[in-house]
Design a protein around this ligand. Structure first.
Ligand code: NAD
Ligand code: WQD
Length: 338
């Protein structure tokens, strides 16, 4: 297939690019680099051994999006492009609505005009908010607690309406749990700008000496050791699920919404310990107050993904830590400036 990756220069997009090229697809990356580095393209070329077709594109620019689709033929779009910081979304909700929802509308419009009728969408476990029970199934109550989460929920709903209005348009909403890790080459990985918001990149920066110590947000949660429990999923397993979702859309000609997680809950301190083992170094930390908006425990029931896509996570927490550390230790400051 000829596939467009919107936001393909970002963390999950870049890893998915590698898997799709390995599966023989013809893949084009489009991005505005608002949260990524052009340096990733050279690394993708190094991994795949071939030039990386790239299109500068800002999804907020509707004319540019429709103009682009008018001159290209695609069999499917994988849509990663979004702003993703929960804290920032609370400070600047309109920017999040404009970029994530507005950008998605422009993309859907462009796809419709060009007759592209398969979409894989990056949704998130954030749509479950504070779940009533774990493991979380796809039919759990949806509730969001911040503007970022709201954009994901609204986008799922908009895409659902479009699918209902047109029997020929099919979408896969992939609800990622907590993506971590990196490609085994150590050439691509997560490269956050500024102070990392998420646990794994923070641990990586402590390990490599960029930050003094990790702040653990609360050790008084009702969990195995008092720290927050999440479902960390290796980014290469996640990337593979996108290829499987594209195959599903072609094969089954219907839409679906699935969780992508391992089904295993891991606490903050368990992750710190696993990382310390993998990197063979101490990770200094201090317990501080709970982070506002956090919840105790979230992990997936991933069985629907196995039944529908034939996909299940294969890589465990050791591989996640080993590969995250390989990337961080080989690239202490992230991607080189282009
Ligand atoms: P990322 O920020 O690394 O990648 C997103 C990419 O989209 C970036 O390269 C950015 O420059 C690009 N982008 C943003 N707005 C754009 C626009 N208007 N036009 C063109 N490009 C634009 O994030 P990621 O971690 O790779 O996440 C990918 C997707 O998965 C996002 O939609 C995110 O919300 C979702 N998601 C991420 C996580 C996570 O923890 N990483 C969890 C659940 C869901
Ligand atoms: C994991 C655990 C923290 C940082 C967020 C978004 C979610 C999704 C993924 C996109 C929690 C603890 C963290 C730190 C810590 N993104 N922690 N010290 O909160 O599960 O999910 O990213 O869709 O929408 O909300 O991930 O990595 O931030 O936190 O103790 O410096 O680590 O309290 O228990 P989270 P996270």
């Amino acid at each position: 297939m000829r596939i467009l990756l919107c936001g393909g220069a970002g963390y999950i997009g870049a890893h998915t690019y590698v898997v799709l090229v390995e599966r023989g697809h013809d893949v084009v990356v489009a991005d505005n680099f608002s949260n990524s580095s052009p340096g990733v393209l050279a690394r993708l070329r190094q991994i795949t051994g071939r030039p990386v077709p790239f299109q500068p594109l800002d999804l907020r620019d509707r004319d540019a999006v429709t103009g682009f689709f008018a001159h290209q033929a695609f069999d499917a779009v994988v849509h990663f492009a979004a702003l993703k910081s929960v804290g920032e979304s609370c400070e600047r909700p309109l920017d999040y609505f404009h970029n994530n929802i507005g950008g998605t509308l422009n993309l859907l419009h462009g796809m419709r005009e060009a007759g592209v009728d398969r979409l894989v969408f990056s949704s998130s476990a954030t749509v479950y908010g504070d779940p009533e029970r774990v493991p979380v199934r796809e039919d759990a109550r949806l509730q969001v607690t911040n503007p970022y989460g709201r954009t994901k929920l609204v986008m799922e709903e908009l895409i659902g309406d479009l699918c209902r209005s047109d029997a020929g348009f099919h979408a896969a909403n992939l609800r990622y749990f907590n993506p971590v890790g990196a490609h085994a080459s150590g050439l691509i990985g997560e490269d956050p700008t500024g102070i990392p918001n998420n646990l794994m990149p923070y641990i990586c920066q402590v390990a490599v000496g960029r930050r003094d110590r990790l702040s653990v947000y609360g050790a008084d949660w009702p969990t195995v050791d008092g720290t927050g429990v999440r479902d960390y999923i290796h980014v290469m397993d996640l990337a593979r699920a996108h290829a499987d979702a594209l195959d599903f859309l072609v094969r089954e000609r219907r839409s679906l919404t699935v969780n992508l997680g391992t089904g295993q809950g891991v606490s903050v301190l368990q992750l710190v310990e696993a990382f310390a083992q993998a990197a063979a170094r101490r990770i200094p930390y201090q317990v501080v107050a709970r982070r506002p908006g956090d919840v105790a425990e979230v992990y997936a029931d991933p069985s629907l993904a196995e039944r529908t896509l034939g996909w299940r996570a294969e890589l465990g927490i050791e591989a996640m830590c080993r590969d995250a550390w390989r990337w961080q230790s080989q690239n202490p400051q992230g991607y080189p400036m282009a």
